[in-house]
Design a protein around this ligand. Structure first.
Ligand code: ADP
Ligand code: MG
Length: 238
């Protein structure tokens, strides 16, 4: 239910082309990581998949439906960013249930979904707290919890851990890997951190200024980098 297909996808900002014709098929349940240097187009591509940027040329399909012109709300995806603004005056439970409340979901359903998300993220004991009384890692878990309650077809992460300190990043990386195992949902994860990419990904997409330098499993990329750019980026000996 969470397959995503990109066909000849391009993005132009004015007369500058930042995404240069990308073809990619992501399978249901796959964990795909986009890596590449700053400014290579990772966020732009992710935002196009999420519908936050329109697609200049080409097409985006989700579960076989062409969603190229669909607004974000009609794509069934959810995005988790590095800066996660939680509502300070709301409890953890209220923060997680907010979007469902706005959408008019019944209270009992909101409660059930929030409790399930809290269980998955080990936040059950924190549901009544305010964000200010949480650690950075717990706050980031609440931000992910807001996505889980919406039961998305796929999760889109844009450098969700880059604001955390090194120790927390390692811990959260592990949490995200477990989340993927539990939920078995498609995840597309943007990072410029090679270690995150190598440890989380089923497949890594290496982006080089708007085009794909290589797609493969972490092992394939490490053992057989397509070119020097990939080798240097992945840190493999070529
Ligand atoms: P990354 O996430 O890999 O660091 P981005 O997708 O943010 O890269 O940016 C890719 C390129 O597109 C960069 O050169 C950036 O300056 C440019 N860009 C991103 N958003 C806009 C925009 N709204 N208007 C013009 N240029 C943009
Ligand atoms: Mg970015």
């Amino acid at each position: 239910m969470g397959s995503i297909a990109l066909k000849s996808v391009e993005k132009w900002f004015g007369n500058v082309q930042v995404i240069k014709g990308i073809d990619l098929n992501i399978q249901d349940g796959e964990f795909v990581v986009f890596v590449g240097p700053s400014g290579c187009g990772k966020s732009t591509l992710l935002r196009m998949i999420g519908g936050l940027e329109d697609t200049s040329r080409g097409a985006i399909g989700i579960n076989g439906t062409d969603v190229t012109d669909h607004p974000p709300s009609k794509r069934g995806l959810t995005m988790v960013f590095q800066s996660y603004a939680l509502y300070p005056h709301l409890s953890v439970a209220e923060n997680m249930g907010f979007s469902l409340k706005v959408a008019g979901a019944p209270k009992s359903e909101i409660k059930e979904r929030v409790e399930h998300a809290a269980q998955v993220l080990k936040l059950t004991d924190f549901l009544d707290r305010r964000p200010k009384d949480l650690s950075g890692g717990q706050r980031q878990r609440v931000a992910i919890g807001r996505s889980i309650v919406r039961d998305p077809t796929a999760f889109l992460f844009d450098e969700p851990l880059s604001n955390l300190d090194a120790a927390l990043r390692v811990e959260m990386r592990y949490e995200i890997a477990k989340l993927h195992q539990k939920l078995k949902r498609t995840m597309i994860y943007v990072t410029h951190d090679q270690v995150e990419a190598m440890t989380l990904a089923d497949r890594i997409v290496v982006l080089e200024y708007g085009h794909i330098a290589q797609v493969g499993t972490p092992r394939e990329l490490y053992e057989s980098p397509a070119n020097l750019f990939v080798a240097q980026f992945i840190g493999s000996p070529k």
